[in-house]
Design a protein around this ligand. Structure first.
Ligand code: SF4
Ligand code: SF4
Length: 361
């Protein structure tokens, strides 16, 4: 006789998301009729049953103290029956079933310095990586730049006056834990020098085969330095990715004088109208200038304003550039075109189909 299957208990992987659905979402799952944006940062979903779910979106710091998280949880209990979520770009979304609680919630958020907005034709919160706070291979900071940029662009978060959605991302090195490859504007930390090998420490703390294998461009080879086993880097083949530094702290890559920031434009995840796009290089280097990174802030504002002035309604950054052409984009933004803008990377075919979007070309 077949044995009864026993449910396997495991703590591997996340719990099933259905466990966390607010009751109104569980009841109306797959049965929403429409949604509309009522005012900046506030939208309502209406179900076939007539049920209504209001969402209030607030911007917040991505790196949060436990006190901030507890405060958000208390607000959620007070106004939302305990239901909120963080979006993939780190917006805080409060989910309400009582319309009369929307304005008191917004008032309390604003009183505590949390702006409300980021829905529809606006900039939503900037998704970012760890930066100098946490990651060893960062070429720039993350939360520091994002704070400076959003302080400057806050008008575009709390109002809906842009032509379309604008998604900004920051990654502090080209391993890109952030959505830098597919955002309208991307701020990307870059190293510009190959790793410096510490031949004294390397044999003591690193496994040489692992170090050699860590390099995506095969730029590392084992060598003897005197009587010590070590490695050598072919600097022409190095793309400053920091993978070797990740597995071997004796291959330091961070360089306060040469590390900095590049700006990329035109990526998107959405397949509305046109297929998803990768971001492309706009500015090859800006210096690290903490604590407020004025060069980066000015560069991002300039690109936002050129797009806001010239884009058609709902046109995303990449669609706008495709329509006007790259030469015109460089003209309008005043960004200098350099040899670094020439895409000569040989290893990814231009013919790869990168989405399931149907198009005639
Ligand atoms: Fe670390 Fe790079 Fe990720 Fe930043 S983007 S958190 S430096 S791996
Ligand atoms: Fe290779 Fe990247 Fe290290 Fe350069 S930084 S040697 S490309 S692993």
């Amino acid at each position: 006789m077949a044995e009864q299957a026993v449910e396997r208990l495991t703590d591997i992987g996340p719990p099933h998301y259905e466990k966390f659905l607010p009751p109104i979402v569980a009841t109306n799952y797959g049965k929403w009729r429409y949604h509309e944006v009522l005012k900046p940062g506030v939208m309502v979903h209406v179900g076939e049953s007539g049920d209504k779910l209001w969402t209030v979106r607030a911007g917040g710091p991505r790196l949060m103290s436990i006190h901030t998280i507890r405060w958000i949880a208390d607000l959620t209990d007070k106004y939302c029956g305990g239901h909120m979520r963080f979006t993939s770009r780190n917006n805080i979304e409060f989910l309400l079933t009582e319309e009369e609680k929307i304005d008191p919630l917004i008032a309390e958020l604003k009183e505590n310095g949390f702006p409300v907005g980021g829905i529809r034709n606006s900039i939503s919160s900037i998704v970012h990586t760890q930066g100098w706070v946490h990651c060893h291979s960062a070429a720039t900071d993350a939360s520091g730049i994002v704070k400076a940029v959003m302080d400057d662009l806050i008008e575009y978060f709390v109002e809906m006056k842009l032509p379309g959605k604008l998604r900004i991302a920051l990654a502090c090195c080209l391993n890109m834990c952030g959505a830098v490859h597919c955002s309208d504007i991307a701020i990307l930390g870059i190293h510009r020098r190959p790793p410096k090998v510490d031949h004294e420490r390397l044999p003591k703390i690193c496994e040489i085969p692992t170090v050699v294998a860590s390099c995506p461009t095969a730029a590392i080879k084992p060598v003897m330095v005197g009587d010590k086993r070590s490695v050598e880097v072919n600097e022409d083949a190095c793309m400053y990715c920091a993978n070797c530094y990740t597995v071997c702290p004796a291959m330091r890559l961070n360089d306060p004088l040469n590390d900095g920031v590049s700006i990329w434009v035109g990526g998107k995840v959405s397949n509305a109208r046109t297929e998803p796009k990768f971001s492309k290089l706009a500015i090859d280097y800006l210096p690290n200038n903490p604590p407020r990174w004025p060069e980066v802030v000015d560069a991002v504002r300039n690109i936002v304003e050129v797009w806001a002035k010239h884009a058609k309604r709902y046109e995303r950054m990449g669609e706008f550039i495709d329509r006007i052409g790259w030469p015109k984009f460089f003209d309008l933004t005043g960004i200098e075109f350099t040899k670094y803008h020439i895409d000569d990377f040989r290893l990814a075919g231009t013919t790869y189909k990168r989405s399931t979007h149907m198009s005639s070309f």
